[in-house]
Design a protein around this ligand. Structure first.
Ligand SMILES: N[C@@H](CCC(=O)N[C@@H](CS)C(=O)NCC(=O)O)C(=O)O
Length: 218
């Protein structure tokens, strides 16, 4: 039996973040998608019983159920023995929190919701990616990457040599960005962001959580 169960498919970026936390902490996890058969099933009664907002991931540990990726990662860090996923120094911990929040509020909407997802789940004419949506979002992706590039100047991770939970959030999005038509050029202008991803790629938590559809690109 695994230490914890996570509900959600391996291709979800937030699920991957929680999975990375498990591997970095040195605990085992399994992925459950039993009651999930498509995007609409996130709003099913069965799933809403686990996550009242109909999102993924959800973590199950014994009789404890938890949603929200940041809360899950923090719980995993606190509940198990293993390497610390959060810096002990107060300001470093606050900076980690800052980058998690910045990821959720600025990076994810620009990079995931308005760039990667329109390619992954095309909603344009004839089932093609919606060019208008993607083209309109490109300046925002570039501007978010510029901020990240500056933040990662010392690097390779947000807080230096050791990845923390903030890095677990960023990695999955950048790994997908490499595979979109504009991704390589956007990332070439943000070399420190690419270096962040490359530094992660050497870790077990990277290879063990690599989604099926990224295996070729890795
Ligand atoms: N605030 C949530 C966000 C989770 C989230 O948006 N997950 C995506 C998958 S990566 C999802 O459930 N998307 C389905 C939807 O938006 O309907 C968290 O931190 O866990």
């Amino acid at each position: 039996m695994s230490d914890v169960s996570l509900i959600g498919p391996d291709f979800s970026t937030y699920v991957r973040t929680a999975r990375i936390a498990c591997v970095e902490k040195g605990i085992t996890h399994d992925l459950t998608t039993d009651h999930l058969s498509g995007p609409e099933s996130l709003q099913s009664e069965a799933h809403l019983a686990f996550h009242p907002f109909g999102r993924i991931p959800v973590m199950l540990h014994d009789d404890f159920r938890l949603f929200e990726t940041s809360a899950i990662c923090r719980y995993i860090d606190a509940a198990f023995e293993g390497p610390a996923l959060i810096p002990t120094e107060r300001r470093q911990a606050a900076l980690m929190e800052q980058w998690i929040s910045a990821y959720n509020d600025y990076v994810n909407p620009a990079v995931l919701r308005r760039h990667i997802l329109p390619y992954a789940f095309p909603k344009g004419p004839d089932g093609q990616p919606d060019r208008e949506v993607i083209d309109a979002g490109l300046p925002e992706v570039a501007s978010v990457l510029k901020v990240l590039n500056t933040a990662l100047e010392t690097g390779p991770f947000f807080l230096g040599e050791t990845p923390t939970i903030a890095d677990f959030f960023l990695l999955p999005a950048i790994d997908y960005l490499r595979t979109t038509p504009e991704g390589p050029e956007l990332l070439a202008a943000a070399p420190n962001v690419l270096r962040h991803r490359d530094a992660f790629a050497g870790r077990t938590s990277y290879s063990e959580t690599l989604p099926e559809q990224l295996k070729e690109a890795a």
